[in-house]
Design a protein around this ligand. Structure first.
Ligand SMILES: *Cc1c(COP(=O)(O)O)cnc(C)c1O
Length: 381
């Protein structure tokens, strides 16, 4: 089955008692048992809920995965993966991570004796320098947030297999419509479902997809033990959102390309980050592993002070100044003070998160209106 058909139909069986075409919201915490231990596969709703199970089937299908586990947020999903490790274990990850992942690794798990190496992954071979007997996990994100670096998933998978490491990929920015890391050799895919999968800025949720049965069992055990489970209403909302993922992504990509091209030649732009440009340093890898280049674009305002950058970020009429991304509405974000505020200045500036950098999540509005809005905002001094 092709992507759009799966987005609409996978996991969405008509309700057996009424024929309702939409999966019901099973708003229940427990399930009646015939005799002790004899149930219909559902014991207590922290572990399993039928609305969530339907969504998990759907999301697994979109990543061509055997299994999916949904969590209460993307960070909840990431937390579960790191909880598979033990004190003394080491993780190799990128130096251009989502700020929340960086914060969790350095401010929570470093205290539990897990060591993280934050390295430049634009050349995957750099990983080899950091692998030792304690290395257990490679955690990558591609495209990265907010500077749209591209990491070669297949090359990372080759190194992971050589050393028997787990490769986990944060696939939030690409969405399963643009990129499927498991088919490139990754072991785990993580999504902040909050973003493109949900797509309507009304749910916070995370998910992990995997093919390996043992990884699935271990991670489902952590979910049930630690309790970062999403509620059934949220699962329903995401199932509804996912039905249009392919349509939304087509428009995100179309609008993203138009806006990237508009900004590229604008006199107030010093630098633009979008993997679709042929002069993007890893354009060839992006082309190899992604079906299109998406609607996330970052740019540096030429010679702008922080105040000037703030004024411009606050002068939009269609774009909203907000954290998050991947919804139908266009957003603008100031990474240095918003999404990446938890990363020390020196570290964030080294990877390009400077004070005059702005990030766009291009929505699915009419692109002419978005370009008009950018035009007028770029005139702000
Ligand atoms: C938002 C985001 C996360 C965290 O997900 P939440 O659902 O907000 O917990 C992780 N990685 C990336 C790339 C994100 O954009």
């Amino acid at each position: 089955m092709k992507f759009g058909t799966k987005a609409i139909h996978a996991g969405a069986e008509p309700d057996p008692t009424t024929g309702a075409i939409m999966t019901p919201i099973y708003q229940t915490s427990t399930y009646v048992q015939e005799s002790p231990g004899k149930n219909k596969g559902y014991g207590y709703a922290r572990g399993k809920n039928p609305t969530r199970s339907a969504l998990e089937k759907n999301l697994a299908a979109l990543e061509d995965a055997k299994h999916c586990i949904c969590f209460s947020s993307g960070m909840g999903a990431t937390d579960a993966v790191i909880k598979m490790l033990r004190p003394g274990d080491e993780v190799i990850t990128g130096d251009d991570l989502y700020g929340g992942s960086y914060r969790m690794f350095t401010k929570v798990f470093a205290h539990y004796g897990i060591k993280f190496h934050f390295i430049n992954l634009t050349d995957a071979q750099n990983i080899r320098k950091y692998v030792n007997v304690n290395t257990k996990l490679i955690w990558i994100e591609t495209p990265t947030n907010p500077t749209m670096q591209i990491v070669d998933i297949e090359a990372c998978a080759t190194i992971a297999k050589e050393h028997k490491l787990i490769l986990a990929v944060d696939n939030t920015f690409a969405s399963p419509y643009l990129q499927n890391p498991l088919s490139l050799g990754a072991d785990i895919v993580m999504h902040s479902v909050t973003k493109y999968l949900g797509g309507h800025s009304d749910v916070v949720m995370g998910a992990l997809m995997m093919n390996d049965d043992k990884l699935h069992t271990d991670l489902a055990f952590i979910l049930n033990s630690c309790g970062a489970n999403p509620g059934p209403m949220d699962a329903f909302l995401v199932m509804r959102g996912v039905k249009t993922l392919h349509l939304r992504m087509e428009r995100h990509c179309f609008n993203g390309r138009k806006i990237a091209e508009f900004l590229k030649t604008h006199p107030r732009i010093e630098k633009i980050y979008w993997p679709g440009f042929e002069d993007h340093p890893n354009h060839a890898i992006a082309k190899k592993q992604m079906r299109d280049f998406g609607g996330m674009i970052s740019f540096v305002l030429k010679g702008a002070s922080v105040d000037e950058t703030f004024r411009m970020a606050s002068s939009f009429h269609v774009f909203s100044l907000a954290e998050s991304l991947g919804g139908v509405e266009s957003l603008i974000n100031h990474p240095a003070t918003m999404t990446h505020a938890s990363i020390p200045r020196e570290e964030r500036e080294r990877v390009g998160v400077v004070d005059n950098l702005l990030r766009l999540s291009v929505g699915v509005e009419d692109v002419e209106d978005l370009i008009e809005d950018l035009k007028q905002a770029l005139e702000t001094k």
